[in-house]
Design a protein around this ligand. Structure first.
Ligand code: AMP
Length: 554
């Protein structure tokens, strides 16, 4: 296909306001693309290489402006191009406003006056060569390549879309969904089959060509490949109550405060690590590679987080990981300063078997089998009991993690989707400052400490109970809180203590429910201790009236 023909199609698509029509126009383009279908399926989205590919053009605006100026003629400088850009706001229109093709024959790549414009394949090959240019002189080489291409662009549309393509600013209203639908329409295959093949490959060119050549059966044969990253499955915010209601049994995991990674291990080849955006970060994380090489003896694709850890193995804040992630220089020196470790929570592929369609519990079993005997596998609690989930969360928080993830144990792995199958526990809503009016002694190693605190809201003539808090408190804090509350104990009845209202706690919670359990008529769901409000007297703590207003607004 001539690049001019592609550009005419792009102009038609850009001019079309109706989404459905856009899909049909893109389908027409695909149907005419012949041997260039793979490239066209990417160009139309403003991409030169597949999304998972490491290759980038690395062409910045100034380099592009320089090439346009050169192609525009001897009297045009990059500054003129920039001045026009400031007026027009679109590099495509600026490129098209010059007679770039008028320079044909002036040293352009093999072009002579009257030579035809470039084909789609030639544009791709030239850009692939440009992406490979490195080192001293590569900037000049890139300008020369672009100049060569622009000089062969005779029509306005060719220059317009070439300039936009190299700056990844196609802006013709064609997103991934449009391309997916257009592949289905052009080659008469099911959209779901196209979507599925795209999920596992992230390669629009491959999927378009397979749909055309082999139809649905061919699409079904596209599998995960070790070394080719897929998009990460994402989470929504949700509460423990939502999770129990939706699935009954909830898979609960620690939410690690690190950076997302996808580990691809091939025992006969390379180990590669990709970021959440499928960017390769292998070189920055040698510990993860060494870990995989030591413990994995089958091909695998794992999903997880890298966390920074202190010498005793406890997690360090997220900022520490950032000092290591994507680092290209001084990796060994930084490794001395900040150690990182893998925490794996999912397994997409194990020893030849794709597991995307297997339920979470099965994928987790596969993960545990692959990494048996290591600390890298996230613990998975299966529970239908809110108290157990709360206790798991308390442990995770106490160990310094970010919180918990709640997952549907039956759910499949859906790359790139922010679905309801993975919930990150909702952050607390507005906090309440409540008065401690009772307490209970702890159990086991905490028997000499107070473990649970009864909380009350202020009313006109006293205090009404609203919940108990035992979550979110470390051992050290518990000792301090015991010292603080114990002097105010007025009655003791076995484990249970009555406390004079003197101390105010700030607490978080998921929601407030009407409940007969407490004298206020309300109960906090998942209360968590946040802080002692020693700046507040019990008289200035939150009133039952404020609680009622919060219930109304929930
Ligand atoms: P957020 O970044 O707030 O949208 O939370 C979702 C992110 O939490 C995921 O993309 C992961 O990077 C991270 N995460 C930490 N631990 C887990 C886990 N056990 N399961 C899934 N995601 C996790």
């Amino acid at each position: 296909m001539e690049f001019a023909e592609f550009a005419e199609h792009a102009a038609g698509i850009e001019a079309e306001p109706a989404d459905l029509e856009v899909v049909s126009l893109v389908a027409d383009l695909f149907a005419e693309a012949d041997a260039d279908l793979g490239v066209v399926a990417r160009f139309v989205q403003g991409r030169v290489f597949p999304a998972y590919s490491e290759r980038t053009l690395d062409v910045g605006p100034s380099l592009c402006h320089e090439a346009i100026a050169r192609a525009a003629g001897p009297n045009v400088e990059a500054a003129d191009v920039e001045a026009r850009l400031a007026e027009e706001g679109d590099i495509g229109r600026v490129a098209a406003s010059y007679d770039t093709g008028g320079q044909r024959g002036l040293g352009a790549f093999g072009a002579t006056d009257g030579a035809p414009g470039p084909t789609v394949r030639e544009v791709y090959d030239e850009l692939a060569g440009l992406a490979a240019a490195e080192g001293a002189g590569s900037q000049d080489e890139k300008v020369a390549t672009l100049f060569g291409l622009l000089s062969r662009c005779d029509g306005d549309a060719e220059a317009r879309y070439l300039a936009r393509l190299v700056l990844s600013e196609m802006r013709i209203g064609v997103g991934e969904g449009t391309v997916r639908d257009a592949i289905a329409e052009a080659f008469d295959v099911d959209v779901a089959a196209v979507a599925r093949a795209l999920q596992v490959s992230n390669d629009y060119g491959l999927v378009a060509e397979t749909a055309r050549e082999e139809g649905a059966a061919g699409l079904a044969g596209i599998h995960l490949e070790v070394g080719r990253p897929v998009q990460a499955m994402l989470a929504q915010a949700g509460s423990v109550a939502d999770a129990i209601e939706a699935w009954e049994t909830v898979a609960v995991e620690t939410k690690f405060d690190g950076a997302r990674v996808q580990l691809h291990h091939d025992p006969d080849g390379r180990t590669e690590v990709f970021s959440r955006n499928m960017e390769e970060v292998t070189a920055a994380l040698p510990e993860v590679v060494e870990f995989a090489e030591r413990h994995l003896d089958a091909p695998a694709i794992l999903d997880g987080e890298v966390v920074a850890v202190a010498e005793d193995g406890s997690p360090l804040p997220f900022q520490e990981v950032l000092r290591r992630f994507r680092r290209k220089h001084d990796v060994e020196r930084m490794r001395e300063e900040v150690a990182v470790e893998l925490r794996a929570f999912d397994c997409l592929h194990a020893d030849g078997a794709d597991l995307l369609d297997a339920p979470l519990t099965e994928r987790h079993d596969a993960l545990a089998a692959l990494l048996a005997g290591t600390d890298a596998v996230s613990e998975l609690l299966l529970s239908d009991d809110a108290d157990d989930i709360e206790a798991f969360e308390a442990d995770a928080l106490e160990a310094g993690h970010e919180g918990v993830m709640l997952k549907d144990p039956e759910s499949t792995y859906t790359p790139g989707k922010r679905g309801k199958q993975w919930l990150k526990r909702k952050p607390d809503v507005e906090t309440l400052d409540l008065v401690v009016t009772g307490a209970e002694w702890g159990e086991g190693r905490r028997a000499s400490l107070l473990g649970t605190f009864l909380l009350s809201a202020r009313t006109e003539d006293g205090y009404e109970t609203i919940g108990k808090v035992a979550t979110g408190i470390s051992d050290d804090e518990l000792a301090d809180l015991t010292d603080l509350v114990e002097p105010h104990v007025v009655r003791e009845d076995g484990q249970t203590l009555e406390v004079d209202p003197q101390v105010v706690f700030e607490v978080g919670y998921e929601e407030i429910q009407r409940s007969p359990t407490y004298s206020s008529g309300y109960a906090l769901r998942f209360p968590r201790f946040l802080a002692v409000r020693d700046d507040k007297t019990p008289e200035s703590a939150d009133s039952l009236e404020r609680v009622e207003r919060l219930v109304e607004s929930q």
